[in-house]
Ligand binder design. Structure first.
Ligand SMILES: NC(=O)c1ccc[n+]([C@@H]2O[C@H](COP(=O)([O-])OP(=O)(O)OC[C@H]3O[C@@H](n4cnc5c(N)ncnc54)[C@H](O)[C@@H]3O)[C@@H](O)[C@H]2O)c1
Length: 313
């Protein structure tokens, strides 16, 4: 297979637009769709697709994924894995029980040209050891955003706010680029007044296994959607992602790696990489190895978030 698999999409809200655009562009066969008034089990039984794209609210990820795996269907899941770690662990276990099926999580920012280049430079050893990092997600989500989709502001359904819903991508990049996190401290709270019972602002200090420390700030109370920043300081240079990637070497050389412009109907702040991830996922379906961003890998950042939530419930 499976350059052009038969796929279905479950959940037809905002993010489904980029999945549907990618499906069309990649010439996969869209064999069916279903929203909350349909029955995803009936769809899976009727259509017997190769892949289900799960684009539902956070509490509706794992139940649908488990039903798909039971039916022999590969699962491509929107982030986060689930609204709780307990639910996420059920999927990790089910994925292990179905080694012939792929489970992928849409942490598409790892496919950004800038993230890929930064990862390659850091793993090449050219810049030496990572000394420290910082990242910020300064976005705007107003009352209309929560009113349009009430689940986003209900902790029982979403699992949380800015950390699990928006900043998870950037936290994922921080730990992917600066190394495994051994300790996380910080606080998450509600300051903006429009986010229901989920946090709109969080600050974190992360200690990494290699000795580096990262500082991280995320809020959805900013006036606008500012570009995400990630800065990695290493012994022999600095990497700064803010839209494009700027690499400043200790000898004064400066290189810029441009990011792709988003297309396909998505929001600019989702980035351009859904299609790259989906193409890679389809291309991986016959590989013997699990997809590289499976539930366990995606849980690295979600565990950090969960620790903050439990420090300040
Ligand atoms: N990777 C990204 O950059 C990115 C961007 C936006 C959203 N997301 C994620 O995508 C998911 C969906 O977010 P959204 O903003 O599109 O939400 P949304 O509310 O706009 O869409 C969700 C859709 O799922 C439907 N639905 C709910 N329960 C269902 C069920 N049991 N069966 C079938 N359909 C069901 C709803 O009716 C709705 O149409 C979330 O996990 C979100 O975090 C990811």
């Amino acid at each position: 297979m499976t350059a052009a698999p038969r796929v279905v999409v479950v959940g037809l809200g905002d993010v489904s637009v980029v999945h549907l655009a990618a499906i069309e562009k990649l010439r996969a066969t869209l064999a069916g769709v279903c929203d909350s008034r349909g029955d995803h089990r009936a769809l899976l039984d009727e259509v017997r697709p190769d892949v289900v794209h799960i684009c539902t609210p956070h509490d509706q990820h794992v139940p649908i994924a488990l039903d798909a795996l039971e039916r022999g269907v590969h699962v491509l899941l929107e982030k986060p894995v689930a609204h709780t770690i307990e639910q996420a662990d059920l999927l990790v276990a089910a994925a292990k029980d179905h080694p012939g099926l792929k489970v992928g999580v849409c942490l598409q920012n790892r496919y950004n040209l800038t993230s890929q280049a930064a990862h390659e430079i850091l793993t090449s050893g050219e810049l030496g050891r990572v000394i420290g990092a910082s990242a910020s997600v300064l976005w705007h989500r107003d009352a209309a955003y929560y009113a349009a989709r009430p689940w986003r502001g209900i902790r029982e359904r979403s699992g949380g706010g800015v950390l699990i819903n928006q900043a998870i991508h950037t936290l994922d990049l921080l730990q992917w680029l600066a190394g495994e996190v051994t300790t996380v401290r910080g606080h998450a709270g509600r300051y903006g007044g429009v986010s229901g019972d989920v946090e709109d602002t969080a600050h974190l200090i992360l200690d990494h296994a290699g000795g580096a420390r990262s500082v991280f700030f995320a809020t959805t109370t900013n006036a606008v959607d500012s570009p995400v920043t990630v800065e990695i300081v290493a012994e022999h240079g600095t990497l700064l992602i803010r839209g494009d990637l700027t690499v400043t070497y200790a000898d004064g050389r400066v290189e810029t790696i441009a990011e792709l412009a988003p297309e396909g109907g998505g929001r600019a702040y989702w980035g351009a990489s859904h299609e790259l991830l989906i193409a890679d996922f389809y291309g991986s379906l016959d590989d013997p190895e699990p997809f590289w961003i499976g539930p366990q890998e995606a849980l690295r950042s979600q565990h950090l978030i969960d620790r903050i939530y439990h420090l300040h419930p």
